[in-house]
Ligand binder design. Structure first.
Ligand code: SIN
Length: 318
């Protein structure tokens, strides 16, 4: 393998999408174009240095599942262990990219850069955004100081812990909320506003297993997200409990507050051994804990990321 190689792993998404017409930015099919084709269409990518591509999956990321995550994490660790690999870029759909980023952050804990990127328009669009995002992601992966799992979209670099998709169709669809972005890619040059994410020793609060030790994907614990809202009841919690759910993340209102009927059902489930975590449905801010809290808070994680952290915790040795 060449010095300073960047490995590009393809997983599908709109960046690999195709539409019938170049003017159609929404009526397309995701995950149609191979990662090698995406790379071949951008000569500047290979001009900057050696690139290796591998198609790990080819899916619309709304259908992301544990088997692809396990395979992706294993390939990430495989390539990062090779001394000549400088970093990894992953092409991914925007819909669950923040979950994959957090999963890789928690499980792979890479010191080298793992840069996820995506597109809001299909590859066939009149003005696709994928090629520039891929170029920007490569610039970040090649940066001498780059480290950890980050997401690059619309010239902005976000950290895996804070990033969320916040818009349904705009090209700049992501936000890092109160934390703010890590930096920006400007004409191929990186300008950082914050430090690179530090390598998390124990990101989910327990000594989690490495990816090779994770259970078979079909045996990962069942953790579901429920939401508090006007008129919420405990019915969903009771139904999930009857099905043997092992963990529940509740997206509470405001500072993690819960409808009294939902809270009663969650406390009952918790007393029966279901692990319950309280996040907020607010896109910004975090649940601030109080001594009287009966349900632990998500430590600043969004509901979908708190779900991943809880799943990993439930897989860790007691
Ligand atoms: C997907 O998430 O795979 C489709 C949507 C997108 O990439 O924007």
């Amino acid at each position: 393998m060449h010095r300073q190689q960047i490995v590009i792993l393809g997983t599908g998404g709109t960046i690999a999408g195709r539409a019938e017409s170049a003017s159609d930015n929404v009526g397309y099919t995701a995950a149609q174009v191979g990662v090698d084709q995406l790379v071949a269409a951008i000569p500047a990518l290979a001009e900057a240095g050696p690139v290796l591509t591998e198609q790990v999956a080819q899916i619309d990321s709304k259908d992301m599942g544990f088997a692809v995550w396990a395979r992706l994490a294993a390939r990430v660790n495989h390539f990062l262990a090779q001394p000549d690999v400088k970093g990894i870029v992953i092409t991914h759909g925007t819909d669950t990219i923040e979950e994959t980023a957090y999963f890789l952050h928690a499980v792979c804990r890479p010191a080298k850069p793992v840069v996820l990127t995506c597109a809001m328009r299909p590859s066939t669009a009149l003005v696709p955004d994928g090629p520039q995002n891929l170029l920007d992601a490569m610039a970040v992966a090649r940066h001498p100081d780059a480290a950890g799992v980050v997401l690059v979209c619309a010239g902005t670099v976000h950290g895996a812990v804070d990033v969320q998709k916040v818009h349904t169709y705009k090209l700049d669809a992501f936000s890092s909320g109160d934390a703010g972005p890590l930096g920006h890619v400007e004409e191929g040059a990186l300008r950082m506003s914050r430090n690179w994410p530090s390598v998390p020793v124990d990101p989910v609060g327990v000594a989690i297993k490495t990816v090779s030790e994770l259970a078979e994907p079909d045996r990962w614990p069942r953790v579901e997200v429920v939401m508090s809202h006007a008129g919420a009841s405990g019915a969903v919690v009771q139904a999930l409990q009857a099905q043997g759910v092992q963990g529940l993340v509740v997206a509470g209102t405001g500072n993690g507050s819960l409808h009294q009927d939902l809270e009663a059902a969650l406390l009952q489930a918790q007393a029966a051994g279901v692990r319950v975590v309280r996040a907020t449905r607010c896109p910004n801010g975090r649940v601030l804990p109080a001594p009287k809290d009966k349900i632990p808070d998500s430590q600043g994680l969004s509901p979908v990321k708190a779900r991943i952290a809880l799943m990993l915790r439930l897989m860790a040795p007691a």
